[in-house]
Design a protein around this ligand. Structure first.
Ligand code: NAD
Length: 337
């Protein structure tokens, strides 16, 4: 029997506690340590289990020498902690967004390359079974040409997040998912933002994206909505797919009048709706299983550093567009191939 993969988690806040729960319960994985600057968070994550807890990343890395580390500290600390883990010889899953800015992200990617370690980015929505089924159907051509993809990610204000605004915190999820399901790149963005709650960053955001293949993307993202909603709508010439991430639902509303000729829309009328059966799986578990398979099989990383950097580059272009009140081209941003 192969030895268990030795995993560790650094940062045990609302997301890191989930990494520790899932890794602590995964066959073939041994959770060898967890770390957080807050001893109470360490105590809660350990939760009576025989898992060593540490006050900081360097001590955990020195004492446990893990094979793989989840970096789940606040975004501004991703670079520091990811570099410490890579330099200690660990493969790394860094939570999204990959880093606070592109230069920091490039330094993490370069260190992973130099030390020949896998670097994956926590774009968890790719691992939602409803998204995976949507992508399969889109690539099979079920809907025909994609005309528009619209993401709505709204909910109440998260007071614990102080270091970034809503675009950097939530936008990378939808930017990444749109690229992932369309297998296409974004060439131009336009955005508008507002700040209503007294913090340093934006909390209300609307963005428009243009994909190279011609599809239009719409991002409707905010922290000001009393109810939480996470949906993705993909409008195609033959009908419309709708994903509800939370309940892992995928529906297709057929365009009854779809033309027989691909690439042409004769008319649009309401056809039948189909709800596809999806087997529920926790996306974080699917993500961490993919990471463990990649580490054991020598790669590639489930979500590449480049994917993380493109999502961040597009988020930064959206912020710039909102600042300047102008569309911004994203094709030439300094993202390595
Ligand atoms: N993939 C997702 O869906 C998802 C969801 C939530 C958060 N995130 C990402 O995860 C990261 C953490 O977010 P969160 O919501 O869990 O934040 P959080 O504030 O709840 O938790 C961060 C934790 O890091 C600890 N910490 C801070 N500095 C540290 C250090 N130097 N060493 C060790 N521990 C340290 C804090 O004490 C805290 O417990 C962010 O990058 C965020 O964007 C991803």
């Amino acid at each position: 029997m192969p030895a268990d993969l030795r995993a560790a988690v650094i940062g045990l806040g609302s997301m890191g506690a989930n990494h520790a729960r899932v890794l602590g319960d995964m066959p073939g994985v041994q959770l060898v340590g967890v770390a957080d600057a807050d001893p109470e968070r360490v105590r809660k994550a350990v939760n009576g289990r025989p898992i060593p807890g540490f006050p900081d990343a360097p001590t955990l890395l020195r004492e446990t020498a893990p094979d793989v580390v989840s970096v789940v500290v606040p975004t501004g600390l991703h670079e520091q902690v990811a570099l410490q883990a890579i330099e200690a010889g660990a493969h790394v899953l860094v939570e999204k967004p990959i880093a606070a800015d592109l230069a920091a992200a490039a330094r993490i990617a370069a260190a992973a390359e130099k030390h020949e370690r896998l670097l994956s980015v926590g774009h968890i929505e790719r691992f939602n079974p409803a998204i995976q089924e949507l992508k399969r159907r889109l690539l099979e051509g079920q809907g025909g040409r994609v005309l528009q993809v619209r993401a709505r990610r709204v909910g109440p204000f998260p007071h614990r997040i102080r270091d970034v605004g809503v675009i950097h915190d939530l936008g990378p999820h939808d930017i990444d998912i749109m690229r992932f399901v369309l297998e296409d790149e974004i060439e131009r963005v336009f955005a508008d933002v507002r700040r209503h709650i007294a913090t340093d960053n934006e909390d209300l955001f609307a963005g428009m994206l243009r994909f190279r293949g011609g599809a239009m993307g719409i991002l409707d993202i905010n922290w000001l909505t009393p109810t939480k909603e996470r949906t993705l709508t993909v409008l195609c010439e033959r009908g419309m797919f709708v994903v509800d991430y939370a309940v892992q639902e995928l529906r297709f509303y057929e365009n009854h009048a779809a033309a027989a000729i691909p690439g042409e829309i004769a008319s649009v009328t309401e056809g039948p709706m189909t709800r596809y059966p999806i087997t529920y799986r926790e996306p974080l578990r699917v993500e961490l299983e993919s990471l463990s398979d990649a580490v054991l099989g020598n790669g590639p990383a489930p979500v590449s550093a480049r994917d993380g950097m493109v999502a961040l580059a597009v988020a930064e272009a959206l912020v710039r567009s909102a600042d300047e009140g102008m569309p911004v081209q994203v094709a030439d941003l300094p993202v390595p191939a």
